[in-house]
Ligand binder design. Structure first.
Ligand code: C5P
Length: 216
């Protein structure tokens, strides 16, 4: 019985997309639904963990018994994550964070022009990379959504971001209920999973984290 296997553990999960405003009525975002992160939050709660969820905009219902912090932008997600990070036992970053935002937000609605319009973009913080640098006892898990060289790119991210585990999936899982994923701990430990529903995948991921626990 795994009901209490994460009892007393503090778990932080990010979920969903971020929205980066361009002007008062427009924004840039992506197709992330938040399902993977919400499924992980529910699964961790069922295992008895004390769960905090930092969520971008989604159509999903708030989960009873889970502290949920709603944010819009990558910078807001970064701030909220940093506030919670020190006390955490397990941190899973499943949010699809925008890599870029507009360099200059327009307070006025941008008027259409006869010609092309150019928006200048600037980098957002890579939250997970920063958490990797500051890591102490937290077990740190990231996701990678790739359209090519899935394993190679994911291994690169695992190392560069100083992660304990990365969940590699093809971009096709992005706005779907199902996902085909690989759980990667290092180049010699790559676990290929069947295509499955995200709520089932959430339990598989937690089970592997528990199996390979380092500090949990
Ligand atoms: O580098 P890439 O964006 O592919 O890495 C994906 C992982 O990094 C995910 O776990 C995602 O939540 C996290 N990430 C982040 N901040 C960003 C971009 C990605 O935390 N600005």
């Amino acid at each position: 019985n795994k009901k209490d296997i994460l009892k007393g553990k503090k778990v932080l999960i990010t979920a969903g997309r971020t929205e980066e405003a361009i002007d008062p009525i427009r924004y840039m975002s992506n197709r992330s639904t938040g399902k993977m992160g919400y499924s992980l939050a529910k699964a961790a709660k069922l295992y008895g963990a004390d769960v905090t969820l930092i969520s971008g905009p989604t159509n999903l219902k708030k989960i009873d018994g889970i502290k949920t912090i709603n944010i819009k932008t990558a910078n807001e997600m970064y701030e909220e994550t940093l506030k919670k990070y020190d006390n955490m036992d397990l941190v899973i970053m499943s949010a699809a964070v925008a890599d870029y935002k507009v360099k200059e937000y327009s307070n006025e609605k941008i008027k259409k022009q006869d010609d092309d319009l150019t928006l200048k973009l600037t980098r957002n913080p890579d939250i997970l990379f920063e958490l990797g640098k500051m890591k102490k006892n937290q077990y740190l898990v990231g996701f990678a959504a790739e359209s090519s060289n899935l394993i190679k790119n994911s291994l690169g991210k695992l190392k560069r971001k100083n992660l304990d585990m990365i969940i590699a999936n093809n971009v096709s899982g992005f706005s779907s209920d199902e996902n085909k994923a690989y759980i990667i701990l290092d180049e010699n430990k790559i676990i290929e999973l069947e295509t499955m529903q995200k709520n089932e995948l959430a339990f598989k991921i937690l089970d592997k984290i528990i199996e390979y626990k380092i500090n949990l």
